[in-house]
Design a protein around this ligand. Structure first.
Ligand code: DO4
Ligand code: MG
Length: 299
């Protein structure tokens, strides 16, 4: 059972909906997933049981899932991210920090083995885009890549309520110049996307067996394809959520990205109009086009 949000074509209204295993879409009489979870809790039943009850006598909508104008499946107040949780990321960070001339132990080697993981604030609601919305490239970086990551959707207690797909866009040259530049290498307007759906954790038997695929197209030609599996993760998902929660305020609906395990070749950088597709088994494909245009921020 997955949860989506979409904009209804004739009314421009935002609709919350459930997607069943056979890809049928049923609208839900709530505004957010968090409301559905609260309601299920108050009835002492699971979220899936509540949704099954809600849709059992209704018809699916006429449009197919792929015809809908999807929105972020949850308006995450904050998106946090974990780093260097996969061997592949450690190697890539070491390459960019040493121009490929690694000859000593780095901070990245240390954090990969340390008890405390790297966790950083990646994005806020205003900086995060949904499926099919444009991402922005930074104007002061010449080495930019997508980071395809599994996202944990958390409640206020730091429990995992669902899984989504995330893109932690990154500037390898800025971080490689100095790791203290991390916030600038990671955070700018439209530097993060999440979606297209949230797979309810109640329905996930083994979260360490998600297949992740990333494809980058330029003028409709495939430039890069990489695959990985969450079984390659060095840490546990509860462990990452536990460190995020420690002595912190967690807003319900926070998303925690769990690190990248797919890195395009070192000579690759994104260009205007590239299309990024990130697919995670059981969740869906998150598609975004990147633009060089300068962000026009509200106010
Ligand atoms: O150390 C920088 C961040 C690494 C990261 O975002 C990742 O491993 O996914
Ligand atoms: Mg990342």
């Amino acid at each position: 059972m997955k949860i989506i949000r979409f904009e209804q074509k004739h009314s421009n209204k935002t609709i919350l909906a459930a997607v069943t295993e056979d890809s049928k879409v049923f609208t839900l009489p709530y505004s957010t997933l968090l409301e559905v979870i609260e309601e299920a809790k108050s009835k002492s039943i699971t979220t899936v049981e509540l949704i099954t009850e809600l849709i059992k006598d209704s018809l699916p909508i006429d449009e197919k899932l792929e015809e809908l104008d999807l929105l972020v499946p949850i308006e995450a107040p904050e998106v946090w991210a974990s780093g260097v949780t996969y061997q592949k990321s450690k190697e890539a960070r070491n390459f960019e920090a040493t121009n490929g001339k690694l000859d000593a132990t780095t901070f990245y080697d240390k954090v990969y083995d340390a008890e405390r993981p790297e966790i950083f604030l990646k994005s806020t609601k205003e900086r995060t885009v949904g499926p099919n919305q444009d991402l922005f490239l930074r104007s002061d970086s010449d080495w930019q890549i997508p980071e395809p990551e599994l996202g944990l959707v958390l409640n206020g207690e730091g429990e995992i309520i669902g899984y989504t797909v995330g893109n932690d866009m990154s500037c390898r040259d800025i971080e490689g110049e100095n790791p203290l530049y991390l916030p600038q290498a990671k955070v700018w307007a439209r530097s993060c996307s999440i979606g297209p759906a949230i797979l309810l954790s109640e329905k996930v038997k083994d979260p360490y067996n998600f297949e992740i695929i990333c494809r980058i197209y330029r003028n409709e030609e495939l430039q890069f394809e990489g695959t990985a599996n969450t079984g390659q993760l060095k840490r546990g998902f509860e462990e990452l959520a536990g460190f995020l929660k420690r002595d912190n305020i967690l807003f319900p609906g926070t998303v925690l990205l769990t690190g990248t395990c797919i890195v395009p070749p070192n000579e690759f950088t994104l260009a205007d109009n590239d299309r990024i597709e990130i697919e995670i088994s059981g969740i869906g494909v998150l598609k975004n086009v990147v633009k060089t245009q300068v962000a026009k921020l509200a106010n």
